[in-house]
Design a binder for this molecule. Structure first.
Ligand code: NIG
Ligand code: FE
Length: 417
């Protein structure tokens, strides 16, 4: 019996990011499929035919879209953001341009703790409005899944408020949001010089309470000289393990403390930043299957000069993801396409590697690659249509937005055609 589809997409060029095996991936890094006709039912991709297949004339569908030759990619995935926060830090940007460093500002009571002040003060409604506006810019460029971290509350009440805003965005924005608890982001002023006591609060009160409320998908920490030590991070990861929660880590951004190695011991979904990652520690990522998430926006905005060990990651076949790290201090970035450009120009990723970094590898970094991140039968119909001549154009172009149509779970959510 022939099936009646909800939606058929035809007359498109397809970069699927789906590979049969490693060899296929090397030969066809964009996963280009010739003359595809994509059939969607109940939000899923259920068939992909070749346009020359004579049986396609008999296909029945409620609706069809003629892509007029536009390129289609998987819905984009931003796997590292701090999108919910109050205020902004334009003043610190100005201070840095007058000679102060990011670390100096943080140590003098600015930095993350100044955003904490503004976030504690803001109502849930205000935070929702601010984050929705930021999210709308990312969605406008084809983002259909995204991660949001807490970490600008640093007390139970405000961490809860941030994660509840992330959950509301998950329910009302039309896209899927993964919620990360980042209680160990910085030491709040009321715990100044008592970081161990603060970590105690994170582990014994915040994490279990927020987990009980179903607000945590993953646990993160900032392992750094201006953040937490490896020992403190380990306490956070031990608690996460006890609660059955997965982990990820901000590590090796400004120095090599060995946080990535620790994260891999806890099978972290990803380790993020990595400018100072010791090339010998890459072995641990390999063993644990951890994704290396690179954040070119923070590298650029902080005028960093030390590059992550990209060639060594590549040689070891570590999946590399790219994300905006959208946050008020180190990456006030609301464009995932700009990150594609920076991943290629600053980090020298190939355009195909950069695109993999915001599709299939970003899905791996959020442990959702069974559902999204590539275009293949059985996955969710999360797709973006682009007015471009080749997929590399998405990294090549600086500014402008060729996103024309976005489909989330089989439904058109943006149409600019
Ligand atoms: O990912 N490194 C820690 N967290 C953010 C910066 C947060 C901030 O400066 O507000 C980051 O870069
Ligand atoms: Fe971050």
């Amino acid at each position: 019996m022939s099936q009646i589809y909800d939606l058929i997409l035809h007359n498109i060029s397809l970069a699927s990011f789906y590979y049969l095996d490693k060899d296929d991936e090397l030969k066809n890094p964009y996963g280009i499929v010739d003359k595809p006709v994509i059939c969607i039912k109940d939000g899923l991709i259920v068939d992909i035919f070749n346009a020359d297949d004579p049986s396609i004339d008999k296909l029945e569908t409620e609706e069809s879209i003629d892509g007029h030759g536009q390129w289609v990619t998987p819905g984009l995935i931003d796997c590292h953001t701090h999108l919910v926060y109050g205020g902004n830090r334009t003043n610190e940007f100005e201070m840095r341009l007058n000679g102060k460093s990011y670390e100096e500002i943080a140590r003098a009571g600015g930095g993350i703790v100044s955003t904490v002040k503004a976030t504690r003060k803001a109502s849930k409604d205000e935070l929702f409005k601010l984050a929705s506006k930021r999210l709308s810019y990312l969605m406008d460029e084809g983002v259909t899944s995204l991660e949001i971290k807490s970490g600008y509350g640093l007390d139970l009440e405000t961490e809860q408020k941030m994660l509840e805003v992330a959950e509301e965005l998950n329910q009302f924005s039309g896209i899927e949001i993964s919620k990360t608890f980042l209680g160990a982001h910085a030491v709040p002023v009321e715990y100044k010089d008592r970081p161990d006591e603060y970590i105690q609060l994170v582990c014994e009160t915040m994490m279990p309470e927020l987990n009980k409320l179903g607000l945590i998908d993953c646990v993160d920490a900032f392992c750094e000289g201006i953040g937490f030590t490896v020992k403190q991070t380990k306490q956070v990861f031990e608690k996460a393990k006890e609660l059955g929660l997965p982990v990820k880590l901000h590590s090796e951004q400004l120095s090599d403390l060995g946080g990535s190695k620790l994260a891999c011991e806890y099978n972290a979904w990803s380790v993020d930043h990595l400018e100072f990652l010791n090339r010998y520690d890459i072995e641990y990522l390999k063993t644990s299957g951890t994704v290396a998430t690179l954040l070119p926006g923070a590298f650029y905005f902080l005028s960093e000069t030390k590059l992550p060990p990209i060639q060594a990651l590549r040689e070891n076949n570590i999946p590399i993801a790219i994300a905006t790290d959208s946050n008020p201090g180190s990456s006030p970035c609301l464009s995932i396409l700009l990150m594609l450009n920076m991943a290629t120009t600053l980090f020298k990723l190939t355009p195909a590697e950069a695109l993999k970094g915001i599709t299939i590898n970003a899905a791996k970094a959020l442990n959702i690659d069974d559902k999204v991140g590539s275009i293949t039968i059985g996955k969710q119909a999360d797709l973006v249509f682009w007015d471009i001549v080749s997929p590399a154009e998405l990294s090549y172009q600086i500014g402008g937005n060729p996103c024309k149509l976005v489909i989330k779970k089989g439904k058109v959510i943006i149409n600019k055609n």
